[in-house]
Structure formats: structure tokens, C-alpha cells
Design a protein around this ligand. Structure first.
Ligand SMILES: *Cc1c(COP(=O)(O)O)cnc(C)c1O
Length: 368
């Protein structure tokens, strides 16, 4: 029986362990300590953004971003149908109205034409999700945002290090949100971060993260806040991950290149595209295929774990009322997309079996 290659695992080294034990030995194991400042500054430097506020996870980062931008009931926030549910849930937490639109066929990210069509006088913000490590069309979105005086929030939970025109995603939005969950490109176990160029937004997010406490008057509260802090232990792991990010990304890219070389020749499937002027950072290896079940079974028999794409938000009863138009591309991708590990390549022997068996599937690619 073949052993299972998991779809994701954290890429950890001796350095993470060293920093983690250092934090532990310092006894600063809660949410104060020098690794938190270091993690915030090293990660924001890496992305190319001025201020950073580390959070307990990516979902709380999104919640803080919306709170800091004062998004409230009556406001509309446009977001893509193909994403993880946290993107829309954060909008619902602040009582605003999510407006679900379709994604584009080429990059699987929010469609700029659909965004334009969905704007009303109540629209306050767009959340762009750089899905599966693919940078969305930031140029077009920036244009729309400026023209309509909207906020841009970037959900970069799956796209650490991805670039649009040479700039990193997370450097464009009014606030950008990252996740450091164990299966993400960079991890701290659980964790998140908000980046911004605005000192005002940074200060607001810091206060909201820490129970709404007045920074100059301890135990005095001017706003209702939250405990959304990251611990020093988690930040220690994060510091090591930031130091190793080039190596971490390079490894994922190598796996992607290995697969893309031969998957490109199989007519019944297509691998996630590399687009001109954009740098994809493979979070998972993603393919779209006509007979997904058959493909998944081939992987399964070889001990390689796979996962279907996210369900299209608009197809789930709790969210469908927020759909303003058909999400044909999202639905189609959701039905035909399959993911597997971008960290572990199967052995030569397994790989040749995989190539042979996948090559024997005879179907046309659904998106040609
Ligand atoms: C993982 C993820 C989140 C949420 O991050 P958590 O750290 O799990 O809360 C948000 N958006 C997207 C697109 C994600 O993939």
C-alpha cells in the first residue's frame, strides 16, 4: 500500500525550532515579546508595505481591515464567488452587504467587468482575492477603485510573495490581509497580518486588536474591541519563515514547473496559468479537468491526496442571496478544479505511472 502524500504540510526547518525555543525560554509566550515586532517589520519589508499589524488568523485580519475602514450596515462590499468562505464571512461580521460577482476565466480571480457592473451608490469596498497564489488584475482594479472612490482590500491569504508587474501583492490595497494557517505558503500555525500604508488605519487596527484599549490610558476603552493578537511563540516561527521565504517559494515553483511540463501536453486538463507580468506563487498545484473524479481516483490510487476547488459561494444556500449575477466561470471552475501538493513531488516511479494513466484519459478540456 502506498503512503499518502498530503495535499499540504508546513515547510519547517531547524531555524523555526531555534526561534520558537528562544521565545519559549524567554518566557514571553503570550502576545508581548520582541518576535512580534520583528515579524511585523520583516514581513512588511518583504512585501513592500509600511505598517503591519499581526493578528490571530487571516479571518480576524479581514475583520480588522473592514472595521478600520468603517465598513458598516448598509455598505456594500464586492467580492468574488470563488474563494474561501472567510472572505465573505468577515463582511457579514460587520453587518455590511456582500455582493458576490464572478471570476475571470484566465486568472480565476475577480472579474473587473463584473465588478464595474455591480457598483452602486452603496458600494464602499472591493475585496480582491489572489486565488491559489495568482495575482489578480491589480491595474484594472486600481483604476476602478480610483474612479469610484472605493477602498481596495486585498485577501492575500493564498499568495505570499506573488507579484503583479514586479510589485508584491499586499502592497496595493488600502489594507491587505494575510493568513499564516499551517497549510498556507508561510505559516505560524495559526496567524494573520494586516498591512497598510496608512498610519491612521494601523493605529485603529492595533487598538481594535487589543480590546479597544486606549494606548495611552490602560484599561480605558473608547471603542468595543477584540482580542485578535498573535503570540510571541507564533511570531518566532513567522520570523524564521520570512527569512526562508525565497527558498520556500523556489521549492514550490520547482514542483509547479515539473508538473506543468507534462500536464500541458494532456488534452483533457490544464494547469493554473502563468500570466505575463504576473508572478504566480503555487499554493497548491491546481488543474482543471473534465472528468475530475477519474483524475482524482488515479491520484488516490498512487497515494497522492487531492482536493476539489472551493465551492462557488453563490451556490451555497447561506450566501446565494448575495449573488447579483450568474457566476458561470466560478461554478464551472468549482466543478472541474482539482488541487494537489505543491510541496512534495511523487517518486519517479509514481510520476511515470501518473503520466501514463492521466495520458490515457480521453476528454477535451472544458475551458478550451
Ligand atoms: C485561509 C484563507 C483565509 C482565512 O485565513 P485563516 O487564517 O484560516 O483564518 C481567508 N481567505 C482566504 C482566501 C483563505 O484561503
Amino acid at each position: 500500500m502506498t503512503t499518502q502524500t498530503p495535499i499540504a504540510r508546513p515547510n519547517l526547518s531547524a531555524l523555526e525550532r531555534e526561534y520558537l525555543m528562544d521565545a519559549y525560554d524567554s518566557s514571553w509566550i503570550s502576545s508581548k515579546g520582541e518576535y512580534i515586532d520583528k515579524f511585523e517589520s520583516s514581513f512588511s519589508d518583504y512585501i513592500g508595505q509600511k505598517y503591519a499589524v499581526a493578528t490571530s488568523n487571516g479571518t480576524t485580519a479581514l475583520h480588522l481591515a473592514l472595521l478600520a475602514l468603517d465598513i458598516k450596515p448598509g455598505d456594500e462590499v464586492i467580492l468574488p464567488s470563488l474563494t474561501f468562505a472567510a472572505t465573505i464571512n468577515a463582511v457579514l461580521y460587520v453587518g455590511a452587504t456582500p455582493v458576490i460577482v464572478d471570476v475571470s476565466r484566465d486568472d480565476w480571480c475577480i472579474s473587473c467587468d463584473e465588478v464595474k457592473a455591480a457598483i452602486t451608490t452603496n458600494t464602499k469596498a472591493i475585496i480582491v482575492v489572489h486565488l491559489y497564489g495568482q495575482p489578480a488584475n491589480i491595474d484594472k482594479l486600481n483604476h476602478i477603485v480610483k474612479e469610484n472612490s472605493l477602498y481596495l482590500i486585498e485577501d492575500c491569504a493564498e499568495a505570499h510573495g506573488a507579484e503583479f508587474n514586479g510589485d508584491k501583492v499586499g502592497s496595493f490595497g488600502d489594507v491587505s490581509c494575510f493568513s499564516f494557517f499551517a497549510n498556507k505558503i508561510l505559516t505560524t500555525g495559526e496567524g494573520g497580518m494586516c498591512l497598510t500604508s496608512s498610519e491612521l488605519l494601523q493605529n485603529k487596527m492595533r487598538i481594535l486588536r487589543d480590546h479597544g484599549m486606549d494606548p495611552n490610558k490602560r484599561y480605558w476603552h473608547n471603542v468595543i474591541g477584540y482580542n485578535y493578537r498573535l503570540t510571541n511563540l507564533q511570531a518566532a516561527i513567522g520570523c524564521a519563515q520570512v527569512e526562508r521565504i525565497a527558498e520556500i517559494i523556489q521549492h514550490r515553483k520547482k514542483i509547479y514547473d515539473q508538473y506543468s511540463q507534462w500536464i500541458g501536453d494532456i488534452k483533457s486538463m490544464a494547469i493554473q496559468a502563468q500570466i505575463k507580468n504576473r508572478k504566480l506563487v503555487p499554493w497548491l498545484i491546481n488543474i482543471i479537468c473534465e472528468d475530475r473524479e477519474a483524475v482524482a481516483n488515479i491520484f488516490k490510487r498512487l497515494g497522492l491526496e487531492t482536493r476539489n476547488f472551493f465551492y462557488s459561494l453563490g451556490e451555497m444556500p447561506i450566501y446565494s442571496k448575495y449573488c447579483v449575477a450568474d457566476c458561470i466561470n466560478s461554478n464551472k471552475l468549482s466543478e472541474s478544479g482539482l488541487s494537489f501538493s505543491a510541496l512534495d513531488c511523487p517518486s519517479e516511479e509514481k510520476l511515470s505511472l501518473l503520466k501514463m494513466q492521466l495520458g490515457q484519459l480521453r476528454h477535451e478540456c472544458p475551458v478550451d
